[in-house]
Design a protein around this ligand. Sequence first.
Ligand code: HEC
Ligand code: HEC
Length: 138
Amino acid sequence: MRKSNLGTAIILSVLLSVFVTSAYAVGSLRGEYDLDKESKTFEKKKQIKNKGFDRNYTLQPPLIPHSIEKDKVTLKGNTCMKCHSAKNFQKEKAPKAGDSHYLDRDGKVLSKISSRRYFCMQCHVPQLDAQPLVDNNF
Ligand code: HEC
Ligand code: HEC
């Protein structure tokens, strides 16, 4: 009796692991190219530039509607803040980085951009008309 229970358990777990690995098998984004071979080059897409994108939900970081090719975010400086800082936004006719960008983790108001919001492109990204590389249902 005990032995057959153990046998069933082993068979079930083998079946389960086969099912799980086949359901979640992920292909490489490189496709079937060997690591030492060049992979396929994709055509370059044009960035969509306009006066702003609608947001899909309230706290979505808004998409970047302008070119950022010349912008740099480094240890020495952040060129986004030339236009989006509380000091410069009016002069540059740019939207001010949200108030949430000037809070530390305890909710204290800071005079400079919070280090938690320093790397703008962690959350804000430009937009292209491209299909996602990986399906997602979000
Ligand atoms: C030369 C000034 C300038 C610089 C530099 C700049 N921006 Fe902007 N940004 C603007 C202006 C002006 C707008 C308003 C839309 C427009 O006119 O393009 C804007 C819009 C945005 C928006 C959309 C806001 C919304 O509510 O829809 C985001 C996000 C943004 N910028 C992020 C960035 C980031 C990140 C950088 C650095 C990589 C950057 N910007 C650099 C001027 C600038
Ligand atoms: C951790 C994610 C995150 C980072 C990093 C970040 N932002 Fe944002 N940003 C958001 C979110 C979320 C919103 C929308 C809600 C809000 O205003 O807080 C937003 C809103 C904005 C807006 C629109 C404000 C408005 O009132 O419409 C601008 C402009 C902006 N961010 C610029 C920047 C710039 C410039 C940087 C870099 C210095 C930056 N953000 C870094 C998440 C981020």
